[in-house]
Design a protein around this ligand. Structure first.
Ligand SMILES: Nc1ncnc2c1ncn2[C@@H]1O[C@H](COP(=O)(O)OP(=O)(O)O)[C@@H](O)[C@H]1O
Ligand SMILES: [Mg+2]
Length: 344
């Protein structure tokens, strides 16, 4: 994605620049320091949490802090054991090897990873049939960093081989504000404090989202918003002029259809479908995904975690249900009758 490539300039390069997630960071910096003092590779590191919260960024930061090489791949790119072996045999001493979407590893590859993680050796089978034998190939000690949005889909033998786990939660508003300030500094865009605060509160606790919104607000501020309606029903001149003011953010968010809770159009559609078609739920994830035209993965990994955290949605064993807050937020009445009422 072009936007994500541009985002590289906003990507923190050190633990100091990596804002928020304080407890996680403090622990990590101790483990990094200890590994360096012992001149050992850092223990394997497991990163979980919704997209856009900084898993890939943290993996790179860890390599930098350790002063070692960084290698990156993702589980779907590892098709055959030889793909993994090829990487592991060229990994340099104590390097960080990052595997994204680690819940999607194929069993044969996962198997090979076990010995690599535990003994820094590869089991390699040569020959076929009865004459086949396994040889063990030593590799450099390394740190595997595995990232996933679906920790529940990772096999427990794999999870148990990671010595350190970092669970990413949504960032609180003050951390989000700090990220807005840092990013606007890098982008050389002026932003008022009250504008930064509103932006920080409207970006679903997600650094990637806030950086994207900041770029859009910069566009609005630079080009102007045309004539916009004022509170009295008349028109006032567009804010604009380059600096991101509160008025620019208010109007900009409206134009991007982002509401006071930071929900996007899709979020509201998801809630609306559950209310209007399924009487508030429960409804299964697959059915819901089809109803809103999204993949189940995107629904579960991206949309749901924030809706749940915002107290609008619940995952129950019978399916997804909206909360009373969701009705109030959408300004909808809760139907007094349950589904059974239709079966006279
Ligand atoms: N802790 C952080 N402090 C500042 N910016 C961050 C932080 N975490 C993430 N970002 C920004 O958000 C973007 C998305 O982060 P990324 O690591 O790609 O998320 P993930 O891998 O979890 O999907 C990064 O490019 C970076 O600019
Ligand atoms: Mg990532």
């Amino acid at each position: 994605m072009a936007e994500d490539e541009k985002d590289i300039s906003l990507r923190p390069k050190s633990l100091d620049e990596f804002l928020g997630q304080k407890a996680m960071k403090e622990n990590l910096s101790v483990f990094i320091k200890a590994a360096k003092e012992r001149n050992e590779s850092l223990d394997h590191l497991f990163l979980t949490g919704p997209p856009g919260l900084g898993k890939t960024t943290l993996a790179q930061v860890v390599a930098r802090e350790l002063g070692v090489d960084f290698k990156v791949t993702s589980a779907p790119a590892l098709d055959k054991p030889k793909d993994l072996a090829g990487i592991l045999m060229t990994v340099t001493e104590k390097a960080v090897f990052f595997i994204d979407e680690i819940h999607r590893l194929k069993p044969a590859i996962e198997e090979m990873l076990y010995t690599a993680m535990e003994d820094y050796e590869l089991d390699w089978i040569i020959g076929q049939g009865p004459g086949a034998r396994t040889i063990r190939i030593p590799i450099q000690s390394f740190t595997l960093v595995g990232a996933t949005t679906k920790a529940g889909n990772v096999a427990s033998p794999l999870i148990s081989r990671f010595g350190i786990t970092c669970r990413f939660g949504f960032y609180d508003v003050s951390d989000m504000e700090a990220i807005v300030r840092r990013s606007s500094g890098i982008l050389k865009t002026g932003i008022d404090d009250d504008a930064a605060a509103l932006l920080a509160a409207s970006a679903r606790g997600t650094p990637r989202v806030v950086n994207r919104l900041l770029r859009r607000m910069r566009d609005f501020a630079q080009v102007g918003l045309g004539k916009v309606p004022d509170a009295a029903g008349g028109e006032r001149r567009s804010p604009g002029g380059g600096r991101i003011t509160r008025a620019v953010v208010e109007e900009g968010l409206k134009r991007l259809e982002i509401d006071g809770l930071g929900l996007e159009k899709y979020d509201r559609e998801i809630l609306g479908v559950i209310i209007e078609r399924y009487n508030g739920g429960p409804v299964g994830a697959e059915t819901l995904a089809i109803s809103v035209g999204e993949t189940t993965d995107t629904l579960e990994d991206y949309y749901e975690p924030y809706l749940i955290q915002a107290g609008l949605l619940q995952r129950t064993p019978r399916g997804r249900m909206v909360t009373d807050l969701a009705y109030r937020h959408l300004g909808l009445e809760k139907a007094r009758n349950s589904g059974e009422a239709f079966l006279f």
